[in-house]
Design a protein around this ligand. Structure first.
Ligand code: PLP
Length: 393
């Protein structure tokens, strides 16, 4: 009989992936998947870009490429990140296969079995299995509407043994909590980290999807400059399309060097085909106009869902009001269990993701995530009404 590795014992299928099977039933209204809306993909722009590429660029797209990324894309991405005041000249940048791979690489080069990783609670559901695969011990820290709670973070970082190696945060239009960190909270987190050697893994997958210019986030890596070891990850998935499978890591040089070695043994390079396309998209200055379209569409969808929640939900149910991203986090009365509610909702034809999927300990379940990005816009109200009916009986 063959024997799987110890890491396999720690793996579980993500609750979201499992739900996708139910959610793909054409009659079902799904608020489950954190997917962009297909009508918003820049398909026409990419058709034109591909058609106008010189043969040599098309050939590059079909070829293997350098592990850190297609040099032209690294150059155009550096320009873009510079415009967000990120310290691109003092750090190294690498292209990854989605930002999930960037998270994976950082965890792979830092975490040994038994090491502690501090996360938010709730935490991005896709990162939890990566931490578990490397047999990390997870310590979740609760949040309020401005971000992670500082006294609790202080406890998790410095007042509990063993000390952690890594802190993973998703400060901008949090998945699933739907919040954005306040500037003061960001400063408090950075101050707290000044005392230590803990590496901050800062996940900025949604930062560009702010509904209003005043809510455009300033990454902590931009605030901290070079004073702290921050691994900043970003993604083309929400500003382009997840099918591109492109993300990036901006981090101190020695860290990127280790991640590059790890990536060589994983997939050698990210898709050159999509890197060539992404580079042309950035160079032709198409991103800003496209983002404007996305921000308007997602803001409209969020507004619609908020209106429906106001109309249909009973007293005692609370939710966050998103200023960007894809998500609304719903807090149920303490006696209510999201899994029971989900079962009833599915019978009525609506699906969402229960809170415990996002709890690193898999327990807290008086809450759930609604995604407003993907369901048909004209069925958002019907879906929320069905969940409210399921709650009442
Ligand atoms: C918070 C967060 N980080 C990272 C990712 C990974 O995205 P990708 O690997 O497609 O770049 C996602 C995807 O949903 C996400 O929500």
């Amino acid at each position: 009989m063959y024997r799987f590795s110890q890491s396999v014992g720690a793996m579980q299928s993500s609750a979201v992936r499992e739900l996708m099977k139910v959610a793909s039933d054409p009659g079902m209204i799904s608020f489950a998947g954190g997917m962009p809306h297909p009508d918003l993909f820049p398909v026409r722009e990419l058709d034109e870009i591909y058609a106008s590429l010189p043969l040599a660029s098309k050939q590059i797209g079909f070829q293997y490429g350098p592990t850190p990324g297609y040099p032209q894309l690294l150059e155009s991405l550096r320009e873009y990140l510079r415009s967000k005041n990120l310290p691109v000249d003092d750090n190294d940048l690498m292209i990854t296969t989605g930002s999930l791979q960037a998270i994976h690489l950082v965890v792979k080069v830092f975490v040994d079995a038994g090491d502690v990783v501090v996360t938010e609670n709730p935490c991005f559901v896709g990162a939890i299995p990566v931490f578990k695969f490397y047999q990390a011990e997870l310590r979740g820290v609760p949040m309020d509407e401005d971000g992670v709670l500082i006294t609790e973070l202080d406890k998790a970082l410095y007042r509990t043994n063993p000390f952690p190696k890594l802190l993973y945060l998703t400060p901008y239009f949090h998945n699933p909590a739907g919040i954005v960190y306040g500037a003061e909270r960001q400063r408090q987190v950075l101050n707290l980290l000044q005392k230590s050697e803990i590496v901050l893994l800062e996940d900025d997958a949604y930062g560009e999807l702010h509904f209003e210019g005043k809510d455009k986030p300033v990454p902590m890596k931009a605030m901290a400059g070079d004073s702290l070891p921050i691994c900043y990850t970003g993604s083309f998935s929400k500003i382009f399309g997840p099918g591109m499978r492109l993300g990036w890591l901006l981090a101190p040089r020695d860290i990127v060097r280790q991640c590059e070695l790890a990536k060589q043994g994983m997939d050698a390079c990210s898709s050159m085909f999509t890197q060539v396309l992404a580079d042309a998209f950035l160079r032709q200055g198409l991103l800003e106009g496209y983002l404007k379209r996305l921000r308007e569409a997602y803001a409209r969808r969020a507004k619609k869902m908020l209106q429906s929640l106001e109309t249909h939900m009973s007293d005692g149910v609370h939710w966050t009001v998103p200023r960007g991203g894809f998500y609304i986090w719903v807090q149920l009365p303490p006696s209510m269990d999201a899994s029971k509610l989900l079962k009833k909702s599915i019978r009525k034809g609506t699906v969402f993701v229960v809170g415990k999927a996002f709890d690193p300990q898999g327990r807290k379940n008086d809450c759930f995530r609604l995604s407003f990005s993907h369901a048909p816009e004209d069925r958002i109200d019907e879906g929320i009404r069905k969940i409210a009916e399921a709650m009442r009986g």
